[in-house]
Design a protein around this ligand. Structure first.
Ligand code: KMH
Ligand code: ZN
Length: 276
């Protein structure tokens, strides 16, 4: 039976703790969330950290501490965000790799991000990709718009396959300024993915109200899932998300209904080419 890789993105860099009290922002909250999410079906955790005032941070010491704590307390694959917050400079984003995670995100192009710009220059993308190859870190390519799949093809053609040899990407849909979280948009991405190396896998996440349409479409299309409070803070209309585990449990339930139950962590490591 085929299975579904579930990634949890519990925190993000955008929501404020004061607006969303359930958001995990301390290391203890992050680890507790990770354990709960692993128990209900997650195999990868996409990590953004906060500082003592709950603001986003890429502090290397904190990143190293978080990687160590997540490895000690869970079996989850640890994926650090190299995207950070829209205000983070490139050197800080590259330094994330010094924390030696299993995986790191690598966004494949610049995108308008609400009223902001999430800047990802070509030269920066190449730096991230090649440094991850050198340091045995498996990338997850973040795709916010259709053309970024073509950019990924160009990257792999010019700079080779990622460490581990397997290409895994994540469609981030419904960001104001990026591609919409709709069935036609997923379909257009599927078409474009045909030009990527054989065996390429994808997950998808829908921001805000596109969460459920994207989740259901990805499952139907043979894709994997990313869920979490980075992407949605509303469980249903008028009902705030209570915890990340609530979102993972819902995704796992849909995956079981689709006859593709959650992928065990060992199988996820094998699939993604993680050899740490
Ligand atoms: N916070 C966004 C600006 C990533 O983690 O790599 C970028 C982001 C993507 O979340
Ligand atoms: Zn992120």
């Amino acid at each position: 039976m085929t299975t579904t890789l579930i990634t949890v993105a519990p925190t993000g860099a955008e929501s404020r703790k004061s607006d969303v009290p359930a958001l995990p922002v301390t290391l203890a909250e992050l680890v507790a969330t990770a354990r709960e999410c692993e128990a209900v079906g997650a195999s990868v955790i996409h990590v953004h950290l906060r500082d003592d005032t709950a603001e986003p941070t890429l502090d290397l010491g904190r990143l190293k501490e978080a990687v160590a704590a997540l490895r000690a307390e869970t079996g989850l694959i640890v994926q650090l965000s190299s995207g950070g917050a829209v205000t983070d400079p490139e050197e800080d984003r590259l330094r994330v790799l010094d924390a030696e995670p299993d995986m790191a995100s690598c966004t494949m192009g610049t995108v308008n991000f609400g009223d902001d710009v999430f800047l990802n220059r070509w030269g920066f993308i190449v730096d991230l990709h090649t440094r991850m190859q050198e340091r045995a870190i498996v990338p997850e390519y973040e795709i916010f718009d259709l053309g970024q799949l073509t950019a990924l093809q160009r990257l792999l053609d010019r700079h080779g396959l990622p460490y581990g040899g397997h290409v895994h990407l994540d469609l981030v849909m419904g960001v104001p300024g990026g591609m919409p979280g709709t069935v036609p948009a997923v379909s257009a991405c599927l078409q474009a993915m045909r030009d990527l190396p054989e065996g390429t896998t994808f997950s998808a996440t829908g921001i805000g109200r596109s969460t459920l349409p994207v989740l259901l479409t990805s499952l139907a299309a043979g894709g994997h899932l990313r869920v979490g409070m980075e992407d949605t803070i509303t469980y249903a209309k008028g009902q705030p998300v209570e915890s990340n585990a609530q979102l993972v449990a819902r995704a796992a339930g849909f995956a079981r209904l689709a006859q593709r139950p959650p992928m065990p962590v060992a199988a996820a490591r094998e699939l993604l080419g993680i050899r740490r």
